[in-house]
Design a protein around this ligand. Structure first.
Ligand code: NAP
Length: 292
């Protein structure tokens, strides 16, 4: 597998870390990114550059996509010089972006109609787990491609799940991020409430960390939030996209989600305050603002 050419489309926060990881583990990687300059560091570490998504697909048996949202994932596949132009029998496309199930199904149908294989494989875990190969991979679609891709997933993640038909990986990812977004809002409100009640926010972090609600997210993000430091690990605009897509899934399935809906409003407010490119923990600023 290490000798097989692996393509990588999308070198944002996650894609760059994941492609770098593959290179470090001896894979031959050909990269493409809309903003070409983001390829430079990967090239310094041995990657080749493909001129377009189509060129990458043509060269590589397996290609991974890691794009920001449904519009980007669709554009890379369906636009001129996109993935679809070069897909042929035996090619495998693995979309690891977080999108909705319909987007994934549209991509899957188009690729399989041309004889290619498709799986969606969105990930749980942020920049650091991506750098450390500790992601949780939520795959679904063509089982044979999933099995062939396991050597890649073993490098990128600490555990991969095969969840059945296309759409199930996307849905699982949206459920997870809906929970995460709601948690971040409750956490932010707690920090503000502690502060306004004359309590130490640092002591609140210590109390939380010793009990049943202890978790790596509070532990990692809490101290930075208290310092109003929001270096982007997971951009807030993407968290709001995931809340929006999860709420749409709730519409389809008639699941009432008032907590998630309120959290989505806070993320929207944060975007309107110009915080979209900061870490999603910057929603804390919105809560501070609302509480006056
Ligand atoms: N960061 C995290 O913690 C995290 C964790 C789990 C899942 N995810 C998901 O993983 C995906 C990538 O996240 P990220 O944090 O790496 O995002 P990011 O840093 O914003 O990178 C987004 C990537 O998508 C590309 N892109 C955006 N619009 C495009 C378009 N119209 N055509 C072609 N390429 C386009 C960007 O290209 P340019 O460089 O040209 O802008 C960039 O390569 C998202 O779906 C996100 O929800 C992120």
């Amino acid at each position: 597998m290490e000798k097989v050419e692996v393509g990588f489309l999308g070198l944002g926060i996650m894609g760059k870390a994941m492609a770098m990881n593959l290179l470090r583990h001896g894979f031959k990687v050909t990269v493409w990114n809309r903003t070409v300059s983001k390829c430079d560091e990967l090239v310094e570490h041995g990657a080749s550059i493909g001129e377009s998504p189509a060129a990458v697909i043509k060269k590589c048996k397996y290609t991974i996509g890691m794009l920001s949202d449904p519009a980007a994932a669709l554009s890379v596949v369906f636009d001129k010089n996109g993935v679809l132009e070069a897909v042929s029998s035996g090619k495998g496309y693995i979309d690891m972006s977080t999108v909705d199930a319909d987007t994934s199904s549209n991509i899957s149908e188009a690729i399989t109609a041309k004889g290619g294989f498709f799986i969606e494989a969105p990930v749980s875990g942020s920049k650091k787990p991506a750098e450390d190969g500790q992601l949780i991979i939520l795959a679904a679609g063509e089982k044979a491609l999933y099995e062939e891709a396991i050597p890649l997933f073993d490098v990128l993640g600490k555990k991969s799940f095969f969840l059945g038909q296309v759409g199930n990986g996307a849905k699982m990812k949206l459920v997870v991020n809906m929970i995460m977004g709601s948690m971040m809002n409750a956490f932010s409100e707690g920090l503000v409430l502690a502060d306004k009640s004359g309590l130490s926010q640092n002591t609140l972090l210590d109390v939380l960390d010793l009990g049943g609600m202890a978790n790596p997210m509070f532990r990692m993000k809490g101290p930075a939030m208290i310092q109003s430091s929001y270096s982007p690990q997971f951009p807030l605009k993407h968290q709001q996209k995931d809340m929006r897509l999860a709420l749409a899934l709730g519409d389809e399935t008639a699941v009432s989600m008032p907590v998630a809906a309120a959290a989505n409003e806070a993320f929207k407010k944060a975007r309107s305050m110009g915080l979209g490119d900061l870490d999603f923990s910057a929603v804390f600023e919105t809560v501070k603002h609302l509480k006056g």
